[in-house]
Design a protein around this ligand. Structure first.
Ligand SMILES: *Cc1c(COP(=O)(O)O)cnc(C)c1O
Length: 239
């Protein structure tokens, strides 16, 4: 028995994903659960690992590196938080995917470091679909052009799009944003840009992953629903 309830929480999340897939006529294998472990201690990640989790999401470079060192090497680490260009070099050969690319300058830095370390880096373009002032991400209008610009950079693989929907009490309110992200990905796919894939849609968090799955999410990023509540963010910290 897990004292923290992680095993039970994971079961519940798994059931919810499975039933959302079923209702939407999707195969369960189309959706990967990312356990968002930011602020949580290594022991809790180990517990989730022992329950079968292999995809973990972190939003801070140093924290990701510490956990990377401490945990088994078959984990796929997802960088889901805002990434400063001067920190790219520390993670470029350690992360499985960077979900939060929202500028050409950041992509250029990732490309440069990836070439140096001779790795290929999978990235997603973060789109601020709800146009929230507090959030990072490119605008819907700029997303296609950004993908075109990034497409030519060496050692970068654009795999799709990511969004962080608004915090809402009723997840139905976010359905339109998930639909919008899906639509942008279809529009980009139609452009037939070389070296670009739109197979990945990273959308849905604890409050809205069921709706996200029903609208086509291939990654859902669940933190609170697995590990419990986090301490409140400090002033100045990003959403
Ligand atoms: C913290 C975070 C999550 C997880 O949020 P929960 O509401 O705890 O599930 C997902 N995505 C990103 C980008 C985050 O920063």
């Amino acid at each position: 028995m897990s004292e923290s309830g992680i095993r039970e929480n994971l079961k519940e999340v798994e059931n919810n994903i499975a039933s959302a897939c079923q209702k939407a006529g999707r195969d369960r294998s189309e959706v990967t659960l990312i356990a968002v472990s930011k602020t949580k201690p290594v022991e809790m990640l180990k517990e989730a690992y022992d329950c079968g989790c292999r995809d973990f999401g972190e939003n801070k470079v140093q924290e990701l590196l510490d956990k990377y060192e401490a945990l088994p090497d078959d984990i796929r680490w997802h960088m889901i938080g805002h990434l400063q260009r001067n920190k790219v070099k520390y993670i470029v050969d350690k992360v499985y995917m960077i979900h939060s690319v929202d500028s050409l300058r950041l992509a250029e830095e990732i490309s440069r470091e990836a070439v140096k370390k001779n790795v290929k880096v999978k990235i997603l373009i973060e789109v601020n679909v709800a146009n929230e002032e507090t959030k990072f991400g490119t605008t819907c209008e700029e997303a296609v052009q950004l993908v075109r610009d990034i497409a030519g950079l060496p050692n970068i693989l654009v795999k799709g799009l990511m969004t962080i929907a608004p915090y809402v009490d009723d997840e139905e309110k976010n359905r339109c944003y998930f639909q919008k992200l899906k639509k942008i990905s279809v529009d980009i796919m139609r452009e037939n840009i070389d070296n670009i894939s739109m197979e990945t849609l990273s959308m849905g968090m604890t409050g809205d992953y069921r709706t996200a799955v029903s609208e086509g999410a291939t990654y859902v990023r669940v933190g609170t629903g697995i590990f419990g509540v986090r301490p409140p963010m400090l002033k100045g910290e990003e959403k």
